[in-house]
Design a protein around this ligand. Structure first.
Ligand code: FHN
Length: 434
């Protein structure tokens, strides 16, 4: 049984949601050069801090954000509460370097969580273990035992505030453990505390585990896996829940003036690839210093949302369906006895030949128009005929295939070119394929 069916009930919303929005927003947006400008430009901390304290995003409207997110087809959202620069977007008592005590005089985390929850999206928060205003974090227990204890208390108090002041939190994205490890931070105890405060919460894998035998002995096999894997800017299937975090831009997570953006097609391709391989995708936006969403992000995400309005059935709640060499045209997903062929490339041929289909097909139709397509199947080969020369959809056309059972593949579909018995390949090469 694939990991799909082993997903605990409390995490099945995440498994089926497929598509979230990551929001990297903070005082760093003021500089319009990404979320790490303080470090990357080795800025003077005091100069940065002075500007950060004065930052006041007057146009921030969480309801406007949430409206765009819903129309874009996102099912959950994740906001940076404190990134590495140390500026906090919530009413924390651990420091006055926060959006309530400084110029905005607003609790942005409170406004965000209320707006997102009101629209039925799952509520996620991002928290950075490291804080560039805490040198003791980098000195650690060896280099500064007393200072390290203060930082540990600071981290625990901040996490406790985020888990107790803002209602139900569904998703938590930890980040930035380096150079500390789980046993130093006390990650196991912190995660246990979080689960008591937020029983259904799903937590990512950036928990600082070394993954060595000592840890496994000590923590009873707890690894740094957390509840889901987080391949960043790439698609890395794994036999557990996973989510690829992707920027909508070419590079930065925080707002960057004149940044280039991936096209709608590139973003949608990434989403379909993740789903076809059994994972989620969280797409990042870096809101502008004034609190508005960049037009380039809004136009792309709404375009994808429009596609999802028609074809979302092939994405939401679908399983990995990478069964056959359809890879030359696009991605495949599965739901029960249905397979969805999501075409990234429309080659204009009137017939599509699908080898490796070990299950009997019943019908084929275009999603959207519902137009039925003639099919023919001989053994493991399925032909779909009378395909039009031109695609029926500007982004990605989808053909919905119905089978008599949950579609299965053959050894060829499972092993493809680079696995299995080379003799199988040799027989095929001689034209003696069994
Ligand atoms: O250093 C951060 C980076 O700024 C950004 O927040 C990404 C998002 O996953 N995480 C870290 C880099 O892996």
């Amino acid at each position: 049984m694939s990991f799909y069916m082993k997903v605990p009930e409390k995490f099945r919303w995440f498994r089926d949601a497929k598509y979230g929005v990551f929001i990297h927003w903070g005082a760093y947006s003021l500089f319009e050069r990404g979320e790490q400008v303080l470090f990357r430009e080795h800025m003077d901390q005091r100069e940065y801090e002075e500007k950060a304290r004065a930052w006041n995003p007057a146009k921030f409207d969480a309801d406007e954000w949430a409206d765009v997110f819903v129309r874009s087809g996102f099912k959950y959202a994740c906001l940076t509460t404190r990134h590495h620069d140390g500026y906090c977007l919530w009413d924390t008592k651990t420091t006055d370097y926060n959006s309530v005590c400084q110029a905005p005089g607003r609790d942005f985390v409170a406004e965000y969580t209320q707006a997102i929850r009101k629209r039925g999206l799952k509520v996620g928060l991002y928290y950075s273990w490291c804080d560039w205003r805490k040198p003791e974090y980098y000195e650690g227990p060896e280099g500064n035992p007393q200072g390290w204890e203060c930082v540990k208390t600071y981290i625990r108090r901040q996490i406790n505030e985020l888990m107790t002041q803002y209602g139900k939190i569904d998703y938590l994205f930890f980040d930035g453990t380096w150079p500390r490890y789980a046993d130093e931070i006390g990650t196991v105890e912190i995660v246990e505390e979080i689960r008591k405060l937020q029983p259904g919460i799903i937590i990512n894998n950036r928990l600082g585990y070394r993954g060595n035998q000592e840890e496994i002995d000590k923590f009873g096999g707890l690894s740094d896996e957390g509840d889901f894997g987080t391949p960043e800017q790439n698609v890395f299937p794994q036999d557990k829940l996973w989510e690829s975090c992707q920027t909508a831009t070419w590079r930065w997570w925080g707002y960057t003036k004149n940044e280039r953006y991936k096209s709608s097609a590139e973003i949608l391709k990434l989403l379909c690839e993740c789903v076809s391989k059994g994972g989620n995708m969280i797409l990042n936006v870096g809101p502008k210093p004034d609190g508005t969403l960049p037009d380039e992000f809004v136009s792309r995400s709404l375009r994808i949302g429009k596609w999802l309005d028609t074809y979302g059935e092939a994405v939401y709640g679908a399983e990995d369906g990478d069964l056959t060499e359809f890879a030359t045209c696009g991605y495949q997903t599965i739901k029960g006895s249905t397979m969805y062929l999501i075409f990234n490339i429309w080659n204009g041929c009137s017939t599509l030949r699908l080898p490796d289909m070990a299950s009997e097909a019943v019908s084929a139709q275009f999603m959207g128009s519902g137009k039925e397509l003639p099919i023919e199947q001989k053994g493991n080969v399925l032909w779909i005929r009378e395909l039009p020369k031109e695609p029926q959809e500007e982004l990605f056309p989808v053909i919905k295939l119905e089978f008599k059972e949950k579609p299965r593949t053959t050894v060829w579909g499972a092993q493809r070119q680079w696995q299995g018995d080379p003799q199988r390949f040799a027989d095929w090469a001689r034209g003696q394929e069994k």
